[in-house]
Design a protein around this ligand. Sequence first.
Ligand code: GLA
Length: 379
Amino acid sequence: MSALHSVPALLSRTPHDWLVSAPGRVNIIGEHVDYCDGFVLPAAISLRTWMSGAHRPDSLIVVETEDGLRAEMTADAIPQAGPEKWANYLRGVLAGCLEAGLTVPGMEVRIASTLPQGGGLASSAALTVAFATLLEAAAGRMLDPDGKARICQEAESRYAGVPSGCMDQLASVHGRAGHALLIDCRSRSVEPVPLHGVSLLIINSGVRHDLADGAYATRRAETEEAAEVLGVPALRDAGEPLLINHAADLSPVLFQRARHVIGECARTLACAAAMKSGDWPRAGALMNGSHVSLRDDFEVSSPELDLIAAHAQQIPGVHGCRMTGGGFGGCCVALVQTEQAGEAARSLETFCRARLGPGAGVLLTEAADGAAPIVSVPA
Ligand code: GLA
């Protein structure tokens, strides 16, 4: 089991003028529906990406990661996308912040993260939101939070080639300790939902996913095609009766994709209602239903995620367990009664060691606050 909630030593040791962090997120339910204008229920988590910035006398931004990757950009010029994908996320954020009117100084930036990369916990949103937060601190001006989330989402689509929805960036910006967030992805309204008496366990399958490999974009295109056949602006506007009426007009695959999105939007609203009334068994049952739909209709699960979910669902105190995030590898999330969380985590850890590869295991985390500057020392 691993957990790291405090400032990584690498950054606290490096002299800096600003220090910020932005969280990853775990999605409790509402998967592959954000780009259909649907409803999602993520929580920001204590696993985060940290960034420090130190003034430079020129206008260069020189970025270095804890793994020794380096990238350079000019603080006062809209950057072009380059060959390294990780740096393009940052270039996209710089572009968006300059377009939004921030005046950014040259600086040395260091990055460290406690989030697994490619684990379905929104490591790329944590990267972009942390950088936007650093640029705000360095510019001495805050962006409007929704605008900041949009800049980060656009950085992914325009600069890194990932046509993601809005969930990850909104969760990383708006996270609230001890709460999940019910997000309406059309209006972008965010409602905190308390997680009283329950804990979230994240179980990493150890299999990395890569959203840029095309499958994510294909799923998104399929949902758009299905919406067009059903005659609605987005699948959020469709219900089961409409789907049944048009069954003959949709290919079997498009029918399955639409059935997932329509069912998942309903499950998410029902889950938020169950959580508000403290009906955790009902919330958990809806999560289990979400896993089946993602596995069979949306076809984004993996054998490892299926094994973890099936095992976790049998453990005493676990209300529900499902794959979380984009899928094709990554993590599962379990909703567990807090007093039984330690025992459940040990059982899952033993299971991972016996049945899965070396990268598999339980990540200790909790629902956490959104992105924030930690220290801001004016120059
Ligand atoms: C990724 C994307 C999100 C969302 C999820 C699936 O995390 O970045 O926008 O679409 O996949 O729910």
